[in-house]
Design a protein around this ligand. Structure first.
Ligand SMILES: [Fe+2]
Length: 247
């Protein structure tokens, strides 16, 4: 179901030593979740909130990835797979293509509750993994990985694919019941970024693949432009279309 063994990503795979987390680390997780949930119950996409329940995330303890995967795997074939840190692109795409989401196991300290430059388990699991329980999003993300892996030789095309990732997986929003709802992990996992969107600061454009592929962004700044989809079918189709255009 997960598409065979990993080769390029293999050296980055680790085990999550769940028993080694300290009470303080669980407390950091709990504080991060409690700070985000009131806003997300109102402003997150329903698919995110459903996924959160379905994969059994809890407010009070850092998730044990084996437990998450026992619930997630049978739904969509995705796994949250522990890795040592930031992955090079070829390893990252290989994992997405195999429905394995590279997941850091480290949790930030109290000095960086708002933002960490390196991803941590809060960004990766609280932010990303609930969406992987949604079948259409699940298919989209795998396809995204496969298309990107095939473009490894072309820096320019890969940069365009990076923009598609940024404006969907990381900073995606969706219109539901007349409102803009959050689903990208960069918005879900960051109180500052999420609030910025809810306060109506970024310009929200209708999702348009051609524009997204050309839209530059800065990782280090609050986002000025976001793209709203009407349904997750739209990003699935966008990955197919990107393959036709760039592949
Ligand atoms: Fe991310």
């Amino acid at each position: 179901m997960t598409g065979g063994p990993l080769t390029v990503a293999e050296p980055y795979l680790i085990e999550q030593k769940w028993d080694a987390y300290t009470a303080e680390q669980h407390a950091v997780w709990a504080e991060l979740v409690r700070r985000r949930m009131p806003q997300l119950r109102e402003h997150a996409a329903e698919e995110y909130l459903n996924g959160f329940e379905q994969i059994g995330l809890r407010e009070d303890t850092i998730p044990n990835l084996a437990d998450v995967n026992r619930r997630l795997g049978p739904r969509t074939g995705w796994n949250a797979t522990p890795v040592s840190g930031f992955l090079p692109p070829d390893a990252f795409f290989e994992m997405l293509g195999a429905r394995q989401f590279p997941t850091t196991t480290y949790i930030r300290g109290r000095e960086s509750m708002e933002y960490t430059p390196e991803p941590d388990i809060f960004h990766d699991v609280f932010g990303h993994v609930p969406m992987h329980a949604h079948p259409v999003f699940a298919d989209f993300l795998q396809h995204y990985g496969r298309v990107s892996a095939a473009l490894m030789h072309d820096k320019e095309k890969l940069e365009k694919m990076g923009r598609l990732f940024w404006f969907t997986v990381e900073f995606g929003v969706i219109r539901q019941k007349g409102k803009v709802k959050l689903y990208g992990s960069g918005l879900i996992s960051s109180h500052g970024e999420g609030t910025h969107v809810i306060e109506g600061k970024p310009e929200i454009r209708d999702f348009n693949l051609e524009q997204v592929l050309e839209q530059r962004f800065l990782v280090s700044e609050e986002q000025k432009v976001l793209y709203a989809v009407e349904s997750f079918d739209q990003i699935y189709e966008a990955a197919q279309e990107a393959e036709k255009r760039l592949g």
